[in-house]
Design a protein around this ligand. Structure first.
Ligand SMILES: [Zn+2]
Length: 212
C-alpha cells in the first residue's frame, strides 16, 4: 500500500503570518444555530499564510499570476533532502551539490526539510533560507519546483529577495511553509496544486507526498 504524508500546514487564527501580513480569520455569515438553512463562513487571509505556492508575480511585476502557473510543476516526482540544523542561515550550492552527488538523476522537484520553523504559531526569524547560487545550480539540473518548510526561500529580513529573483529568471516555482517533520528524506510523488485564484500573488495548496 502507498504511504501518504500530509505535508500541509494547518491554518487557523493562531497561524503566525509574516510580520505585517494579513493573518487568517474566519467568521460566520449564516449559522444553523441562528436559524439559517446552513452554516456559511467567510475567510480573510494573506495567501502566504500556511502552505502555499508563490506566483512569479509576487516577486516580479512581469511574472505570471496564480491562474497562469503551469500545473505539471506541482505534480510528480520529488526529492526530499534533509538539511542539518547547523548549516547556518543559507542552504548553499556546495551543500546541495554534495547531497546530489550520489543521486541517480535529480527529479524536477526538490523539497528542503530544514526543521528550522517548528511552530506555525510563532514567527521565528532565524529559519534557514536558500542561497541564490543553490537555486541556479538546481535550475541547471532541470529542477522546476523547490519547496521548503519555512515561510520564505529568502531570509526573513531580506529586502532584496535575491533567491526569489533567481527563481524568477530561471523559471523555477516555489512552495513555502511545507510541514516535513514526519517525512524521511527520499523520493516521493508530490501533489500540491495551487487554488485557482485569479490575479493573485500566491495561492494555498493542500500538499501531499505519496511513496513511489
Ligand atoms: Zn510566499
Amino acid at each position: 500500500m502507498k504511504m501518504m504524508y500530509d505535508i500541509t500546514m494547518s491554518v487557523s487564527a493562531q497561524t503566525a503570518p509574516f510580520p505585517g501580513d494579513t493573518p487568517f480569520s474566519l467568521e460566520w455569515v449564516w449559522t444553523m444555530e441562528m436559524g439559517g438553512s446552513c452554516n456559511v463562513s467567510r475567510i480573510v487571509m494573506s495567501p502566504h499564510v500556511g502552505t502555499h505556492g508563490d506566483s512569479p508575480y509576487h516577486y516580479g511585476s512581469e511574472g505570471g499570476k496564480t491562474e497562469e502557473v503551469p500545473l505539471d510543476v506541482y505534480v510528480g516526482e520529488a526529492l526530499v533532502l534533509d538539511v542539518p540544523r547547523d548549516i547556518g542561515p543559507l542552504i548553499t550550492r556546495e551543500f546541495v551539490e554534495a547531497q546530489l552527488k550520489n543521486t541517480a538523476g535529480t527529479p524536477a522537484r526538490v523539497l528542503f526539510k530544514t526543521d528550522s520553523y517548528p511552530d506555525p504559531a510563532v514567527f521565528n526569524t532565524d529559519f534557514t533560507a536558500i542561497a541564490p547560487e543553490a537555486v541556479h545550480f538546481l535550475a541547471g539540473l532541470g529542477v522546476r519546483l523547490i519547496g521548503i518548510d519555512t515561510p520564505s526561500v529568502d531570509p526573513a529580513d531580506s529586502k532584496t529577495l535575491d533567491a526569489h529573483g533567481v527563481f524568477l529568471t530561471r523559471g523555477v516555482y516555489i512552495l513555502e511553509n511545507l510541514r516535513l517533520q514526519d517525512v524521511p528524506a527520499g523520493r516521493y510523488e508530490l501533489i500540491a496544486l495551487p487554488m485557482k485564484i485569479e490575479g493573485s500573488c500566491a495561492a494555498p495548496v493542500r500538499a501531499i507526498l505519496r511513496s513511489l
